[in-house]
Write a protein that binds this ligand. Sequence first.
Ligand SMILES: Cc1cc2nc3c(=O)[nH]c(=O)nc-3n(C[C@H](O)[C@H](O)[C@H](O)COP(=O)(O)OP(=O)(O)OC[C@H]3O[C@@H](n4cnc5c(N)ncnc54)[C@H](O)[C@@H]3O)c2cc1C
Length: 456
Amino acid sequence: MNAPATNLVTDPVVIVGGGFTGLSAAYELAAAGNKVVVLEKEPMVGGLASGFTVGEFTLEKFYHHWFTNDVHVMDLIKEIGRSDEVVFRPTRTGMYYANTIFRLSTPLDLLKFKALSFPNRIRLGLLALKARRIKDWKSIEHMTAREWLIKLAGPEVFRVVWEPLLVGKFGPYADKVGAVWFWKKLALRGGSRASDGREVLAYYKGGFSELAEALKRKLEGMGVEVRVNAPVSGLEVENGRATAVRTRDGAVPARAVLLTHALPLIADLLEGHAAPDYVAGLRRIEYLANICLVLELDRSLSETYWLNVNDPTFPFVGVIEHTNFEPPESYGGRHIVFLSKYLPESDSLYRMADEEVLDFAVPHLQRMFPDFKREWVTGHHVWRARFSQPIAEPHHSKLIPAEETPLDNVLITSMAQIYPEDRGTSYAIREGRRVARELVPRLATEPSAEAGPVGS
Ligand SMILES: Cc1cc2nc3c(=O)[nH]c(=O)nc-3n(C[C@H](O)[C@H](O)[C@H](O)COP(=O)(O)OP(=O)(O)OC[C@H]3O[C@@H](n4cnc5c(N)ncnc54)[C@H](O)[C@@H]3O)c2cc1C
């Protein structure tokens, strides 16, 4: 930080975005004695992991769970004294292929997986082990996931198991996804299993939004101001430093600014304050949107929690029966099912009215679950998020912007910078805290309040 004096040390550090990255960064900065303001556009904190009410209960807009190796979130929960709120449960995973639901929870299920020839079942099983043996992701960064998976497990395993999932999840970007993204998913997912091979997942009592609210309360207790309904519309910049952040209620003076929302939105904020090439670079990583249809049912659809859909004619990539993980009693006896689809925002499904989304989904669900009737649906909700999944292409590491920006006191910590892991709340917490910890000593070396405006 070496610019002329424009900021006061009495000004707060302003964090844009009240998702898990922003809240965690605020926690770290406040714990080190800094004045902090969090500005969140939505009426509630939690970002992509925020919730809505179903009756008197809270549920995520988009299904959420943790793996047992999501240590950063567990550490934070422990620090704020809430470990008792976390529950761990084994879950059932399945795959819908050729009009059949296959159970795929344990290694034994895999051996019985008739959609593949026996040698290919073994190849599929060995894939996770082979993935875990790769220690240096840079050695596969030049490859696409398709090339890498075919090389490791052969064309039949790719065609039956991975290609439909890649296409279902990434649509037109399926062939662009880098091997590193897939490798890390496989390696991490394999690490969240019980001794009998079943997947064990974790959840927060009352949902992820309850954790976000608990963090907000904790921050407020530490003196942090968390403003919701506060969309940031611009930065005020003098001499290469941000002096304030603009909101519709006026400008908030800022000693430093931490931007945690999606890179294309950050590009909009920095437009005119940084070189055009730099701003264009922030727009280089592409993102998929997501649409989730959340169904309240009067009965259960199946015994599976997580059903991967390997059928390109089914328009959703996952059928997640949340209440096969967190019991229906947590939602007044309702059975909750999420139908999820990642897609470009131009996709017709993303643009359908909520009622149309339900009409569109029902016949497909009936094909998958022949007993299912529309009368089982007692309520439905549709949620959309434009910036849901950054696409990690080959050589993604070269596209990730640095935390530093051309503005001296403005830093970025955003979902698309998480790598080689995929985005997730635990990594959001890791990165939010890390970047805040890096900022703390820089703030401390500035002149004291008595000296007036800063500049070092
Ligand atoms: C369908 C889906 C399922 C997922 N499942 C899981 C899961 O099971 N487990 C898991 O750990 N993670 C999961 N994730 C990922 C997880 O939700 C994200 O990684 C995490 O929430 C990202 O947090 P963040 O703070 O980095 O970003 P965000 O949550 O995107 O937060 C950014 C915040 O910035 C705010 N904002 C944007 N523009 C402005 C502005 N101009 N002014 C002020 N505020 C602004 C936004 O409203 C938002 O609250 C899932 C994500 C999706 C989409």
